[in-house]
Design a binder for this molecule. Structure first.
Ligand code: MN
Length: 260
């Protein structure tokens, strides 16, 4: 199934993120969305939800706080936000496009499965709305160059929605954290390999108990070509189509030989 091209000027756009309702990257994405359409809605988490992945809140009720017309905060995850936006806040007419981000920090390689930013786009996709996740690959301790995302995103979105789009696929966009005029272009890339979690910070709390804190350092493969990581570390904007069906089709046949 394919989703037809979108007329952005008439589109109802939902903007969400995982860095929370007050995050600077959300304001950048709102501004980008308002450049396309006057019908922009924001539904974002009250608190930062980085690393929330595609989690739902099931063990307690959720509250929606209206901050302004078409602007809401939800005390849950990015997935909760998109779900409540489509099924409650925007139930009279749902969005034509979901934009998530712009995340402070890249979401490349295995980050995709940990990311709340990508998860908001997953939820939109599962609800049959074309969805795009945006992240700025800024290192910890470095100033984010939001202007690079603001410069490169509009034309990229226009081009992405100008063609039919596979219905079970979201687009994952990563910007390099370099000045906009130094960006080398847009690269359609595969998901690369990088893994967080090897950098565990351990210490003793004030009550003499040990604690463990997952640090930001990732073990990443920057050498392999054709990946999101390779593109962004070489100064390009990466666009990766992410399919929500995680089945390894190449392995099906061999597995059926053994088990089936
Ligand atoms: Mn985040």
């Amino acid at each position: 199934m394919l989703i037809p091209p979108l007329d952005l000027s008439r589109a109802r756009i939902l903007v969400s993120n995982d860095d929370g309702i007050s995050a600077p990257g959300l304001k950048i994405l709102e501004r980008i969305a308002r450049g396309f359409s006057r019908d922009v809605w924001v539904v974002a988490p009250e608190q930062e939800q980085s690393g929330a992945a595609h989690s739902l809140t099931l063990s307690r009720p959720l509250r929606i706080r209206r901050l302004a017309p078409r602007r809401f905060a939800v005390d849950g995850t990015p997935t909760d936000c998109v779900l409540l936006a489509i099924n409650e806040i925007m139930k009279k007419r749902g969005p034509d496009l979901v934009l998530s981000g712009v995340n402070r920090g890249g979401n490349m390689g295995e980050d995709v499965t940990y990311s709340g930013t990508v998860a908001a786009a997953m939820e939109g996709t599962l609800m049959n709305v074309p969805s795009i996740a945006f992240s700025l690959n800024v290192a910890h301790g470095t100033a984010p160059l939001w202007a690079t995302a603001a410069h490169w995103a509009p034309d990229l979105v226009r081009r992405l929605v100008s063609v039919p789009w596979p219905a079970n696929t979201l687009m994952n966009v990563n910007f390099p954290n370099i000045p906009a005029d130094q960006v080398t272009g847009i690269v359609v890339a595969e998901q690369g390999r990088r893994k967080i979690g090897g950098n565990l910070v351990t210490a003793i709390d004030p009550r003499n108990r040990p604690y463990y804190w997952i640090g930001p350092v990732r073990d990443e493969d920057t050498a392999s070509g054709g990946t999101d990581i390779h593109a962004v570390t070489n100064g390009a904007v990466s666009v990766t189509p992410i399919h929500l069906d995680l089945t390894d089709r190449a392995a099906l046949g061999a597995l059926r030989q053994v088990l089936g």
